[in-house]
Design a protein around this ligand. Structure first.
Ligand SMILES: [Zn+2]
Length: 288
């Protein structure tokens, strides 16, 4: 999506984090990649993927100074500013739709980061830590999304990822996140339902923006919607398993298939109503 050039994005809650990179392997080996894929768009099981807290040196690279991200033009130009702008829009949206949830903060890091959920390397992909209620994201993930995972790329694909994580933050308040702990894998599992709901929430936000009343973002173009769908498809469990292990094993799914992820995103988008995202109580995850 494109930000309105003169929009003020200064209020977006995003800051730099780091301190978790030292001593951890974050290289591009297949092991690291596989780990990243298994937990991508991470949904709520820190113990599975995060290393125990330990002291590590700060490996975060300085990109832009987030304080310099002031306008929509900055967000259109720079991915870090885009995340900050996205957080501003998401906060406004969710404050209205679900005021019980406090605003989330996004921590942008490179290499590794310390969180209340433990220490994580970039290899785990973007994730949400329910304990400190923060979104963690290394924007280099977007290159992986477009490269290894085959997404088309584009700003809406990136903002979809951010909005998905913000969805987990909302679920932390609604209690939905617990469902992912109760049944952790399988086609109709709580984990999959939680992930699909986060996709639907992302779609509902984009649908809201499409109505033309968002102060920061212009309504998405059809091409941009396709880029979001492409990103959703790229992170489907079947797509990832096909790429990584050459076969699809639905009983191990944690995020849902490409079709399901696109389907729930579109349900949110077309209704522009987060109340239409009740995946947890749907008879089937295919009922989008
Ligand atoms: Zn997720």
């Amino acid at each position: 999506m494109t930000f309105r050039e003169n929009a003020n994005i200064g209020g977006g809650r995003a800051r730099r984090g780091g301190g978790g990179g030292g001593g951890m392997a974050v290289g591009g080996g297949i092991g690291a990649l596989l780990l990243a894929l298994l937990v991508m768009l991470f949904g709520g099981d820190p113990g599975q993927v995060l290393q125990p807290q330990s002291q590590g040196q700060d490996s975060s690279a300085q990109n832009v100074d987030l304080a310099e991200c002031r306008t929509g033009a900055d967000a259109n130009e720079n991915v870090d500013c885009r995340m900050k702008g996205g957080m501003a829009s998401l906060e406004t949206y969710w404050t209205e739709v679900y005021p019980r949830a406090a605003p989330a903060t996004a921590i942008l890091f490179s290499g590794g980061v310390n969180t209340q959920c433990g220490q994580a390397s970039s290899a785990v992909g973007p994730f949400y830590c329910p304990l400190d209620r923060q979104i963690y994201l290394d924007t280099s993930f977007f290159q992986q999304l477009e490269g290894q995972l085959g997404a088309e790329g584009g700003s809406l694909g990136e903002l979809y990822v951010l909005a998905h994580e913000y969805g987990h933050h909302i679920q932390n308040y609604t209690g939905a996140l617990q469902a992912s702990q109760q049944s952790r894998q399988g086609e109709e599992s709580g984990a999959v339902r939680v992930e699909l709901q986060a996709d639907c929430f992302a779609g509902a936000w984009v649908g809201h923006v499409a109505q033309g009343e968002d102060a920061l973002l212009e309504p998405p173009t059809e091409e941009q919607i396709r880029s979001a769908l492409s990103a959703a498809a790229a992170v489907g469990d079947d797509s990832i398993q096909e790429r990584m292990q050459g076969q699809v094993t639905p009983h191990t799914w944690t995020h849902g298939s490409s079709e399901q992820r696109m389907g729930w995103f579109m349900r949110g988008y077309q209704s522009a109503d987060a109340n239409q995202c009740d995946v947890l109580n749907a008879a089937s995850v295919d009922d989008y």
